[in-house]
Design a protein around this ligand. Structure first.
Ligand code: DC
Length: 230
């Protein structure tokens, strides 16, 4: 490997619930990189909009009020004692709340708003300035870091993804039906890939990883090869 791993930028994009964040965390741990979860930023803005009443349950957005409020909004990451990255809104840890179904249902419309994307992208650039990062999202390899050293585009069947998300939510004490979760995944796929601003698309130089039937070990072997080849 010719690259300085401490300065490397790895961009992981793909559909929701393809295991991007679990994979990114494993890579970060193995190679001593910082993991940055761009989706958590969009979820944080969504939680903020819900709490302030800037978005209704049927996703009507008060654009002016939301835009104004972003000027004073502090969403950032902090590393917890166990080494995990936690999302904060000011002094408040919001890592759990941003994973609720309510936030999941409203995050895609919020993520289609141009000024929200500008707000998040500015922060992501600041966080990643020194390199040594693995960032996951939808437009990291295309918009946020088009010069990333390694771009991975993750995919898996909608049914496999729904099953994963369903188990995750059950483990957290939520009680959705399988149909609700599958519906949420399909709706988000559609909104994420058809929105006008920065849609989910595969960068021409991204390498596709379909992990429908792969274990984490197999995925790590796959990425070790790609990193070695840099
Ligand atoms: O990765 P996630 O499911 O936590 O992302 C939440 C939402 O945020 C997802 O529906 C799409 C959006 N998102 C985005 O538009 N761009 C990113 N870089 C990351 C997430």
């Amino acid at each position: 490997m010719l690259m300085d791993i401490k300065k490397i930028i790895i961009a992981i994009d793909g559909y929701s619930s393809t295991g991007k964040s679990s994979f990114a965390k494993l890579i970060a741990k193995k190679y001593g990189l910082t993991y940055l979860d761009s989706g958590a930023m969009y979820r944080g803005v969504t939680l903020h909009a819900i709490e302030k009443g800037f978005i209704t349950p049927s996703a009507e957005i008060d654009f002016d009020a939301l835009k104004e409020s972003l000027k004073g909004l502090d969403i950032h990451f902090e590393v917890a004692q166990d080494g995990s990255s936690q999302t904060y809104m000011g002094p408040r840890n919001i890592d759990r709340e941003i994973r609720s179904l309510q936030v999941a249902n409203l995050v895609s419309p919020i993520a289609t708003v141009g000024f929200v994307r500008d707000y998040v992208n500015d922060l992501l650039h600041l966080f990643g300035i020194a390199g040594g990062i693995v960032m996951d999202g939808r437009d990291i390899g295309t918009t946020v870091y088009p010069n990333a050293d390694l771009k991975i585009f993750m995919t898996a069947s909608a049914e496999v993804r729904a099953e994963r998300r369903f188990k995750e939510m059950k483990a957290k004490g939520e009680n959705p039906t399988m149909a609700e979760v599958l519906d949420n995944i399909k709706t988000r796929d559609h909104i994420d890939s058809t929105r006008e601003v920065s849609p989910l698309t595969q960068a021409p130089d991204a390498i596709v990883l379909d992990n429908s039937y792969m274990t984490f070990e197999q995925q790590m072997e796959w990425v070790d090869e790609k990193i070695k080849a840099l």
